[in-house]
Design a protein around this ligand. Structure first.
Ligand code: GDP
Ligand code: MG
Length: 437
């Protein structure tokens, strides 16, 4: 479990003086983690250099938490690298748009096309799918199956072998049917690469897409840059979707794809099914990239939030209300919530919406008031049946809160506890002993 950035930062925190040697060690650790996450060597080198430049440790006043400064610099740098500076094209309801999907065979294009269509249909669009993959036998059937499942109209052919021709036919058909989002799925495999890219050029020229989306498998690693660049040259890629982020991949290849296409990541795929699709959010993505998504690393980050003397409780599997209370208490002493919150299991978007940190603070205060009216037994409780109606009513009365608010808080606690309890126990145990192993 060693070698995580969090561990490096923790080590640094222990050093009484953060000198150049410690900083270099820390940066090396960060590089290792990024390379392990499939970030391109050139990118890692740049990150390192930029952090050295931005985290000017010598200039910091005494007493500054240098760990935090470096950590912030790393996160900031990676976020910056994932932002190409201009947003991707987004379709407008009622106005016909053509979106073409490109990417190598197996990257997840056909699956993702349907997810994308379904996402926009839920927003009130009238999408349609066109299968321009004439290379792979069964490609049309696959699209047909996916589209039918999602109840989205589709177009394709079993006999026509010219992808550009089918693409145009499909786009024209759906234009007439007043579809406002026409999605063209393409092939990704050819005997010769040159032929594939020529085909992409032709389909793109024929359908004049408003947006070309490069779909990449989150685990392709160092190959991402060249792949993305090759597609960019044949069809002008304007956005990236990273698939298979439900697996072990940390998705570092996305940084390369953004660099190669100068286009943003817009969604990530998190499973084989249609709803397994998320709008790309840079912060959690970067946390994962840095290996902070797993608890072992995370614990180092949030040790200030978690009451350390309560950790044995977690090891035994009980995320009590008292533990939640103490987390809140510590959080309140730490200033702005946003960034840190997104790193704590159970706390991210569901608890506090982005940009609504103020409301989040108020919510925490409210919850703490409610908990202040609980008995010791209730705070330490591990029996799900304990909190009956009369207790809830008493707590509501005592705290001057509505019964519904008490119930909401208990639900929220349950949700957070459930997430914590899903985290591997050995990680939790590990963190009570040594965090540096
Ligand atoms: P294409 O060749 O680019 O059209 O790729 P497909 O859409 O046919 O997908 C290839 C395989 O990857 C299929 O087995 C999909 O179910 C799977 N797949 C696609 N996206 C995801 C994802 O986000 N997560 C997982 N686990 N599997 C995915
Ligand atoms: Mg396909």
């Amino acid at each position: 479990l060693g070698g995580s950035i969090a561990a490096a930062l923790a080590r640094m925190g222990k050093a009484t003086v953060v000198d150049d040697k410690v900083l270099a060690e820390c940066l090396n650790e960060i590089s290792r983690a990024l390379l392990q996450a499939d970030v391109r060597f050139e990118t890692v080198r740049d990150v390192k250099a930029n952090i050295k430049a931005t985290a000017n440790l010598d200039a910091l006043p005494a007493g500054t938490d240098k760990r935090r400064v470096i950590q912030k610099a790393v996160v900031g740098e990676l976020c910056r690298m994932l932002d190409p500076g201009k947003p991707a094209f987004t379709p407008t309801k009622g106005k016909p748009s053509v979106v073409m999907f490109v990417g190598l065979q197996g990257s997840g294009k056909t699956t993702t096309c349907t997810k994308y269509a379904d996402y926009y249909r839920r927003k009130g669009f009238n999408p349609a799918l066109v299968c321009a993959d004439t290379f792979r036998a069964g490609a049309f059937d696959q699209l047909k199956q996916n589209a039918s499942k999602a109840k989205i109209p589709f177009y394709g052919s079993y006999t026509e072998s010219d992808p550009a021709k089918i693409a145009v036919e499909g786009v024209d058909t759906f234009r007439k049917e007043k579809c406002d989002l026409i999605i063209v799925d393409t092939s990704g495999r050819h005997k010769q690469e040159a032929a594939l890219f020529e085909e992409m050029r032709q389909v793109s020229e024929a359908t004049k897409p408003n947006l070309v989306i490069f779909v990449m498998d989150g685990s392709i690693g160092q190959a991402a840059f060249d792949q993305a660049q090759a597609f960019k040259h044949s069809a002008s890629v304007g956005a990236v979707i990273v698939t298979k982020m439900d697996g072990h991949a940390r998705g570092g290849g996305a940084l390369s794809a953004v660099a190669a296409t100068k286009s943003p990541v817009i969604f990530i795929g998190t499973g084989e099914h249609i709803p397994d699709f998320e709008v790309f959010d840079v912060k959690p993505f970067v946390s994962r990239l840095l290996g902070m998504g797993d608890l072992s690393g995370l614990m180092d980050k949030i040790q200030d939030v978690m009451p350390v003397d309560q950790l044995p409780d977690l090891v035994s599997g009980a995320f009590t209300l008292r533990l939640l209370y103490q987390m809140f208490q510590n959080l309140q002493n730490m200033g702005p919530l946003g960034q840190l919150f997104s790193m704590i299991p159970g706390f991210s978007a569901q608890f506090i919406e982005k940009g609504k940190e103020k409301e989040g603070q108020a919510k925490i205060k409210r919850y703490m008031t409610i908990m202040d009216s609980m008995t010791e037994k209730e705070l330490d409780n591990t029996n799900p049946k304990l909190m009956n109606e009369s207790r809830i009513k008493r707590i509501a009365r005592g705290s001057g809160r509505l019964v519904k608010e008490v119930v909401d808080m208990l639900e929220e606690h349950k949700r957070i506890a459930k997430m914590w309890n899903k985290l591997p126990l050995n990680n939790r145990k590990l963190n009570t002993n040594s965090r540096d192993s």
